[in-house]
Design a protein around this ligand. Sequence first.
Ligand code: ACO
Length: 398
Amino acid sequence: TIELKTLLGSTGMTTLDPGFGNTASCSSKITYIDGAAGILRYRGYSIEDLAVNSNFLEVAYLVIYGELPEPAQLKEFSDKLRDNADIPAEMSAFIDAMPRNGHPMSLMASAVNTLAAYYDDSVDPSDDAQVELATIRLMAKLPTIAARIYRNSIGEAPIGPDDSLGYVDNFIRMTFGDNAASGELGDLFSKAVDMLLILHADHELNCSTATVRVVGSSQADIFASVASGINALSGPSHGGANQAVLEMLEEIRDSGISIDDFLERVKAREVRLMGFGHRVYKNFDPRSKEIKVLASQILDRDENPDELFELALKLEAAALEDSYFTERKLYPNVDFYTGVIYRTMGFPTNMFTVLFAIGRLPGWVAHYREQLHDPAFRIARPRQHYIGSGERRYPGQG
Ligand code: ACO
C-alpha cells in the first residue's frame, strides 16, 4: 500500500503522495470514472453505448468539443481531417531518414514534435484559432505519420492518404495497402479498429494525459505536449503493456511453462502479469469487457481457435481463481486482449501502442485545450520531500 503523508516543511504543509494516487491536480468535464463500479463515461455518455452506437470520429469530436456533433458538424470535421491528412514532403523525408528498425513509438514522438517546426502558425497556446488548427492537423496527420513509419519498418513504399476513404479505413489502407483484408473480413477489422479507438479515446488523468497537461502547463505548444504524451504512453506500465502482454503470451507458449507455474513466478515477483491491474479500476475495467467480446467475435470465427487468445483466456481464468490477484483487486485491463486482436489483423507487436496513441489523441488534445481555459490554470510544479544530506563544506574549505 502507498502511504500518504502530510509533512510540515519550511514553506508550510506538503502532502507526500507517491504516484499521485490520491492527488487531483485539476477539475475536468471530460471523462468520469468510477473505479469501484467499473464505470467509464466520456462527457456523460457510457463507453458501452458509444462503442455500439457511435464511431471514432464522432467520439473524438465529443471528447474534444464537449457535445456529440450534428451531422453537418461531423461532416465538416471529417472533411477538415481529410483535407489535412497529407504531411509535408520535408517531413516525409525526415521520417524516411529515421532508423527503420527504431521502435515506432519513439519515431512517432519525434515526428510529432517536429510538427511545430512545419506549422509555426499553430503553436501559440494563447490563440484559440491556432490551437484549433493544430488540433485538426494532429488528428489528421497522426495516422499518416504512423502508417509511414510502419511501411518504412517493413521496407515497403509508403502509401499516402486516400481522399475517398474514412478515417479508419484510410489508416488501414495506408498501413497494409493491397494486403488489407477485404470483403466481410475487411469490414469486421475496420469496425474492430474503430471500436478499439473509441475505447481508448480518453481516460482522465492517466500517465500520458497527465504528462500532456504538465508539459502544456508551461505554455509549451500542443505538438510538444502531445509528443511528450506519446513518450509517456510508450512505457510497459502504461500503453506499452499491450505489446508486453503479447510478448508474455508468446513466451509462455514458446517456453512450455504451465499457467500455474507462470503465475507462481508472478507471485514470487519475478515478473508482472502484464495486462492486469489498474490504479483506478478495483473491480473490473469496463473497456476490457468490451474488448474481450470483440476478441471472441474476431478470433472464434473459424474452426482453428487462436492459440494466444486461448492462452489469454486460460491465464485470466486461472488468475481470477487465485487469491493473490483477487485480494489485490487485480483484473484484466484494457491492454489484456487488444494485442491478440491486432495480431490477427496483421499488425506487428511494436505497432500495438501506436494504435493506442491514435485512439488516445482526442483525449490528450481535449485535456490540453480544457486546461488553457481553466480559471485555476497555472504551471504544474509538484513539491518534494527532501531526504538528502544536510549542509556540507566543500573539501578543503575548512
Ligand atoms: N502483476 C502482479 N502483481 C501486480 C500487478 C501485476 N500486473 N499489478 C499490481 N500488482 C501487485 C503489486 O505487486 C502490489 O502488491 P503488494 O501490495 O503485495 O506490494 C499490488 O498489486 C498493488 O500494485 P501497485 O503496483 O501498487 O499498483 P499501481 O496502481 O501502482 O500500478 C499498474 C498499476 C502499473 C497498472 C500495475 O497494476 C501494473 O504494473 N500492471 C501491469 C502493466 C499493465 O498492464 N499496465 C497497463 C495499465 S492500463 C493502461 O495504462 C492503459
